[in-house]
Design a protein around this ligand. Structure first.
Ligand SMILES: [Ca+2]
Ligand SMILES: [Ca+2]
Length: 413
């Protein structure tokens, strides 16, 4: 059991590395768990531990006697010590308490500790649980009293907390990226349906540029440069376009027209003018997603091909008038997931040597992928292993979908 506590603490700490919010209640709870587990490790007297367990049994009996009638009202999750929590439980909880926030999930998690009489250090928990008729504080409560199932549920709730609420690692990492992009952008943005003058080919003569959105049954988009007009592909083009100098060492400036697509699958088309309008390439991502370094290389945001809905930084180069992709061996996915069922990984990207097994109730990070077949999973302690997707759907040779093993994958349109 002590080993399990250590494991649980490791995952709490690991999740911290996926979470940028320093004020997150998880961290304060992490502190509480650490303090208590330290005490329990020191408590080597078997007699004491047995006494502790006995007291817990008494406590749970008295809980049942007191609260048979209003169990649902007395708990956020009345069954969180009895069975594994599922995604559905969280959705039910969210529909039951419409104003359920991060705090609510945090309370659900602490409720598991409180059931064993955990004495909270922070006033907000002290006050909340002292108002529950079932809560009996127990000064010498040992973390060893928590069952494997309860640790599973605590980890699950920690994962939910970070996934569903605003300061989640997912959103904060995206915000960070956006901030960087805004700081670095050297492009200029212009409105559609307004004539713009800019020398695009460095011949000392400004081009007359017009990007038109024509609202008809189907939206139509046209780019006119001087006397030439081309139709721009797309279904939901931006109200603006950008002029950028991708490579400061050539004489051209480039025009980028971005489109938000049917479900925010942003795409961009690139044009150059050299006496005629030339489409030089297209990428995913809008110009606002891109970082230009001025040397012909730029980065955009591309949707990943495998496992779930995710995006990666995709590098392109403008060479000899054409934009082409620079493929990478591995792409950073960085998806923190909760393990629902044990899965054994491979030591390397060959289907021969099996390595570590991920156990249910763990939080791990799917860090890198070749974006074709293989994904690298990392544990907080640095242990790594690979799984592959069979026929693009199933994990390894199991015939089961990734969502059966990992909770937290995103399957958006
Ligand atoms: Ca010119
Ligand atoms: Ca240039």
């Amino acid at each position: 059991m002590k080993k399990l506590i250590v494991i649980a603490i490791i995952f709490v700490v690991f999740l911290g590395s996926c979470n940028n919010d320093k004020n997150n209640p998880v961290n304060s709870i992490k502190g509480e768990i650490n303090i208590e587990s330290k005490e329990s490790n020191e408590e080597t007297d078997e007699k004491k531990i047995n006494q502790g367990n006995h007291e817990t049994m008494e406590t749970s009996e008295s809980i049942d006697n007191k609260n048979d009638t209003n169990k649902e009202d007395e708990y956020v999750l009345s069954f969180s010590s009895e069975r594994k929590l599922t995604d559905q439980d969280i959705y039910d909880l969210m529909s039951k308490y419409r104003d359920l926030d991060r705090e609510g999930i945090d309370l659900a998690k602490n409720e598991i500790f409180a059931r064993h009489g955990y004495v909270f250090k922070q006033n907000k928990y002290k006050e909340y649980f002292s108002n529950k008729s079932w809560y009996i504080p127990k000064e010498n409560m040992s973390m060893d009293e928590l069952t494997e199932l309860e640790w599973y549920n605590i980890n699950f709730l920690i994962f939910i907390e970070n996934r569903h609420f605003p300061q989640s690692y997912i959103e904060s990492s995206q915000n960070d990226n956006n901030r960087k992009i805004i700081k670095n952008h050297p492009y200029e943005i212009y409105n559609s349906n307004e004539v713009v003058y800019c020398d695009l080919n460095d011949d000392g003569v400004e081009e007359k540029i017009l990007y038109e959105k024509v609202y008809a049954e189907y939206n139509e988009y046209y780019l006119s440069i001087n006397d030439e007009k081309v139709e721009v592909p797309g279904g939901d083009g931006f109200e603006t376009f950008a002029i950028v100098d991708i490579d400061e060492n050539d004489k051209f400036k480039e025009i980028i027209v971005s489109d938000s697509g049917p479900s925010e699958d942003y795409t961009s088309v690139f044009y150059r003018y050299d006496g005629e309008v030339i489409q030089i390439g297209n990428t995913e991502g809008a110009y606002g997603d891109m970082i230009f370094s001025g040397d012909g290389i730029f980065v955009t945001r591309t949707r990943g091909e495998i496992l779930h809905t995710w995006f990666y930084k995709d590098t392109f180069i403008l060479e000899e008038g054409i934009i082409r992709n620079i493929p990478q061996e591995l792409y950073y996915m960085g998806a923190c997931v909760f393990v629902l069922n044990p899965v054994t990984l491979y030591k390397n990207r060959e289907k021969t040597e099996k390595g570590i097994t991920l156990n249910e109730g763990q939080i791990v990070k799917i860090s890198y992928t070749d974006n074709k077949e293989w994904c690298l999973v990392e544990r907080e302690n640095g242990e790594k292993g690979w799984f592959y997707l069979e026929d693009n759907y199933y994990i390894n040779d199991t015939g089961h979908f990734p969502a059966e093993y990992f909770y937290g994958l995103c399957f958006a349109d």
